[in-house]
Ligand binder design. Structure first.
Ligand code: MOS
Length: 702
């Protein structure tokens, strides 16, 4: 096969502000719960207060007596769902309770206040069973899932890692933990659902990372044709994975809508409800063993992961996959084991797998650098593989070493004295650290795109409509798709208007796995090429065509991944243990950067989320109640502006014709990968204290 042809960049690569920016900052961009509809009914749910057992009685009389209450839904009277194979979606179908915070009812009322008061007055009686809600490898029976998400092998074995560890000159053997963390997008999960009984149709305004996925999941659960489910989601205030697939909240809103035909049911989740109903990242316990020569060349890499899943539905985070492809090591083993608990269902959270996995792997590499007395940048360069260690395929492009070198140069690494706990300035220990970063380059088939040409007689100007049911969750996807379409058509980007987030236009895959731009952009390019092939360069008003994302045959020949290097400067107060991060720099190699403005915000957003993981984020599960006690943004701390110092991201220009016609790699997740590790590594250099858990606490340094 000859090298594939890439689009010539004209609009691509130029800094373009988000086209919907003015609408967002002036408040006219409508988010899911804001669509103005007549006579809305407000939903407030009733949540289980036990973690395991069953409902034995429900008394709704006091709720029904509240002024303004329209209806009360319970497990006793909700409509039967057509498909109950997925327990997460099996809302109000039986009395079994699988986790605390599960839906057991809902109150519908003319005002949100009446709905909430009504929900408070529903009396539920339970019978509680024994339960476990905290990850504990010694208490439960760990098991190996059939696969880890989305479809990776649970274990991988290359060579004989135990023998190699036995013979290694230097061994690092340590256990790392990461806390449970919750997705907290700015816009909570929200829906408005209208049920039209004539013919049976749902219209759903939803805050989602994929309207097509919401449509197909709702159609399955309710046994309907997809064509009878419309999903509309023009603007989404963040998702980070938690809006990547359907959750029970949409099913509940749909059940409620059927109770009040013709009236829109409005259900924005409270912050507190988001801690039990829309996913979270599992806590992890990761045992890493590295065997190396005295010069720091890896002979063995073992990464064994224990994490939790829910009895309600299995979700297996692919935590060790990071260790399968970043460093060369002839002997390697990675494993995942799950502890099945009576807890809410874990789900996607930015860089599932790579994020927690890189924390353990990249702190372990820092420990190896110390053990071998090799500079940690140099150590990583020494372990650069010439092909993907897992598959043996060459990388379509890989510039990790260049990222490390560029970052070291920019960060002033050459002036670094490796001695830990050697710089005390004004009461603060100071240090710097490095970590690598990587995220697979994904592209999914299954998206379509329409391109339509207009030249209205009125103004005689050219207009191009590009329609695809993609999601813009704040990333700038809509803007970048316009840039791609302009270059694929060879027209001025200002003549292109992009419509996303609506099942009325061709379907699209989810904004997940950092695959959105690559997948949707490939469909847009396909449509543009078909358009030109059919209509030439002088089309007529109204000409239109549909394209689709092709399969990428090159992925049989090449491993595809983006890489990066993270650097951080950390201060730890000698008396209080307070940690500050005055400086972070990420240098990434992620193919062609299609829009420097929105890309920078993606990288920095990911790095900030990793900083937040290193310093703050920790969902505290009460073992006695199965309840996340800090279940709101007052108590669940995330990084705020005061935590973020001089944070910068830059990139290496990378030419990769094999990934897609744009030459782009996904950038939504790589910024968080390695970001928590680099903070821990710099904190070690500052203090000499090796922290092997995220978040780091004041106590670690005292
Ligand atoms: Mo991302 S966690 O794949 O939405």
């Amino acid at each position: 096969m000859s090298t594939p042809e890439m689009l010539t960049p004209r609009a691509m690569g130029t800094p373009r502000r988000r086209v919907e920016g003015p609408a967002k900052v002036t408040g006219t961009a409508r988010y899911a719960a804001e669509h103005p509809l007549d006579r809305p009914v407000h939903l407030h749910p009733v949540l289980a207060t036990i973690p395991r057992g069953r409902v034995t009685a429900i008394d709704t009389s006091a709720a029904e007596a509240v002024d303004g209450v329209v209806a009360v839904l319970t497990t006793r009277d909700a409509d039967a769902l057509a498909d109950t194979s997925d327990r997460e979606f099996t809302v109000l179908q039986d009395d079994e309770i699988g986790f605390r915070g599960q839906y057991v009812g809902a109150v519908l009322a003319d005002t949100p206040e009446a709905a909430r008061e009504g929900a408070d007055r529903v009396e539920v009686t339970y019978e509680q069973d024994d339960f476990r809600a905290v990850l504990d490898p010694d208490a439960g029976e760990l098991y190996a899932p059939d696969a880890v998400n989305p479809a990776f092998a649970t274990d991988s074995v290359i060579g004989d890692a135990d023998a190699a560890l036995g013979e290694a000159e230097v061994v690092v053997d340590a256990t790392y933990t990461t806390a449970t963390t919750h997705n907290n997008p700015l816009e909570p999960h929200s829906s408005i659902v209208v049920w039209e009984p004539d013919g049976g149709r749902f219209t759903i305004f939803d805050s989602t990372q994929g309207v097509s996925t919401t449509r197909s999941n709702v159609a399955t659960v309710f046994g309907m044709d997809e064509a009878d489910v419309d999903v509309i989601s023009p603007h989404v205030g963040g998702g980070f994975g938690s809006k990547g697939n359907l959750h029970a909240n949409v099913v509940l809103a749909c059940l409620a809508a059927r109770r009040v035909p013709g009236r829109p049911v409005k259900y924005p989740l409270t912050r507190q409800q988001m801690f039990s109903l829309v996913g979270y990242r599992t806590p992890t316990i990761q045992h890493v063993r590295l065997g190396a020569t005295r010069e720091g060349r890896l002979s063995a890499l073992v990464h064994d992961v224990v994490e939790q899943t829910s009895r309600t539905k299995e979700f297996a985070e692919q935590t060790a996959t990071y260790s399968r492809s970043v460093y060369a090591a002839p002997h390697r083993r990675t494993t995942h084991r799950l502890d099945m608990l009576d807890v809410p269902v874990p789900s996607w959270m930015r860089a599932p797998g790579e994020c927690p996995g890189s924390f353990a792997a990249e702190v372990a590499m820092d420990e190896l650098a110390v053990a071998c007395d090799v500079d940690p940048v140099e150590l990583r360069i020494r372990n650069e593989p010439d092909a993907d260690p897992e598959t043996g395929k060459p990388f379509s492009s890989r510039h990790l070493v260049e990222c490390l070198r560029r970052g070291a140069d920019r960060f002033g690494w050459s002036r670094r004295d490796p001695t830990p706990r050697a710089r005390l300035v004004d009461g603060w220990w100071s240090g710097t650290g490095v970590a690598a970063s990587a995220y697979p380059t994904n592209r999914s088939p299954g998206s379509g795109a329409t391109i339509r040409y207009h030249r209205p007689a009125a103004d005689g100007a050219e207009h191009w409509d590009v329609e695809i049911a993609a999601a813009d969750i704040g990333t700038g996807a809509r803007t970048v798709l316009g840039q791609i379409a302009a270059d694929a058509l060879g027209v001025d980007v200002d003549t292109v208007e992009v419509t996303v987030g609506d099942t009325a236009v061709p379907p699209a895959t989810v904004a997940g796995g950092s695959s959105g731009t690559a997948s949707w952009g490939s469909a847009v390019v396909d449509a543009a090429q078909r358009f030109r092939a059919k209509y030439g360069t002088d089309p007529s008003d109204g000409d239109e065509i549909e394209g689709a994302t092709p399969e990428n045959d090159w992925s049989e020949h090449y491993a595809m991944s983006a890489f990066g290097a993270q650097f951080a400067e950390v201060l730890v107060h000698a008396d209080t243990g307070e940690v500050r991060v005055p400086r972070m720099l990420g240098v990434f190699a992620a193919g062609r950067i299609l829009n420097p403005v929105t890309a920078r915000s993606q990288f920095i957003g990911g790095m900030t989320m990793g900083l937040s993981m290193a310093l703050h984020e920790d969902s505290v599960m009460d073992p006695r109640s199965g309840h996340v006690v800090n279940h709101d943004l007052a108590n669940y701390h995330i990084a705020s502006c005061a935590d973020v110092g001089d944070m910068d991201a830059e990139w290496i220009d990378e030419e990769d014709p094999y990934v897609n016609p744009m030459g782009s790699k996904g950038i939504g997740e790589i910024g968080i990968v390695g970001a928590a590790a680099v903070v821990a590594n710099a904190a070690y250099h500052a203090t000499g204290v090796r922290v092997r858990s995220a978040p780091m606490l004041v106590d670690h340094f005292l």
